[in-house]
Design a protein around this ligand. Sequence first.
Ligand SMILES: C=C1C[C@]23C[C@H]1CC[C@H]2[C@@]12CCC[C@@](C)(C(=O)O1)[C@H]2[C@@H]3C(=O)O
Ligand SMILES: O=C(O)CCC(=O)C(=O)O
Ligand SMILES: [Fe+2]
Length: 355
Amino acid sequence: MPSIISSQLDLYSIKELPESHAWKSSLDDDGSRNINAESIPVIDLNHDHKFVMDTIGHACKTWGAFQIVNHNISHRLLNHMETHGTRLFSLPMQQKLKAARSSDGIAGYGVARISSFFDKLMWSEGFTIFGSPLEHARQLWPYDYNKFCDVIEEYENEMEKLAGRLMGLMLGSLGIAKEDVKWAVGPRSGSSALQLNSYPACPDPDRAMGLAAHTDSTLLTILHQNNTSGLQVFKEGNGWVTVLPLRGALVLNVGDLVHILSNGLYPSVLHRAIVNRTRHRLSVAYLYGPPSGVKISPLSKLVDQRNPQMYRPVTWSEYLGTKAKHFDKALSSVRLCAPRIGFANSKDQSGVQVG
Ligand SMILES: C=C1C[C@]23C[C@H]1CC[C@H]2[C@@]12CCC[C@@](C)(C(=O)O1)[C@H]2[C@@H]3C(=O)O
Ligand SMILES: O=C(O)CCC(=O)C(=O)O
Ligand SMILES: [Fe+2]
């Protein structure tokens, strides 16, 4: 387990990669820096409905991730979010620590929640918003916290609408009307989180890891990255594929709960973030979950004798607890029967850690 002291290192001031953050020797290159020609699809939401739905279905099956353009989230809002994120991580360390995540909490400033599963530390810092950001914002900027809260509120509202629309398209591509899934329509509250990730420029990027490989414990995640690459998705047969930032585009990741809902048809995507020698990278993940209390289980229309129910019902908070305990074994710990052969995530996710 990383010690408290080393998890609070100020990465902005370090001139040489400490052993605590060295994941692998520079000699063993796993090819992660190849910018492969093939990458995740880019989907224009302005195309006609049927085309968009079919393209999304195909992307979910084959990649578990895609980029979207013409999503109706304004450049102004994306830029504001980026500015406020950068402003937060530029604060002095002792100021950021005033909003530190408590050991049993979700919200606040700190290392990634999954850090405890690795013996090396990641080259990143994060700020998680779960519920109102007011208290933490007050600690960060005692005289000037409103602007931050306003941007977060607007961002969450806009993202919620987009996530609902994408959820409808994904369900549609599975042959399910959104209206047939009770919780997918109607009011929702407290069923999303926002994760700001900061990856400072790193003196030895080939040996460092920004955010270790994981799948998201969400229905879906909408990711905004600044104009610096770092996100990679894993595709069976291709290995790690870089998702190049496309100005104004957003990345959509299929999460574990859609994996469950689709009875394994849309596998959640394994992804990670690598770091950069000269540039600071910022990403903002909107983590979209079901309303609290709702049990997520494979849609009955997708279950029959030939396709038995693969997962037991779980609520979001139950699943988050399972993930915190079992990490990459969380999905298999709620599995009822063997995975479909040849599916992207049917293989064990262990073994992705190097170093
Ligand atoms: C709603 C969520 C989803 C969480 C936990 C909680 C709040 C923070 C999210 C993340 C964000 C960073 C990667 C991850 C793996 C992590 O360490 O914290 C995510 C995790 C998950 O998807 O499991
Ligand atoms: O920074 C990135 O591109 C990835 C972030 C991520 O995977 C997450 O916040 O869950
Ligand atoms: Fe993620």
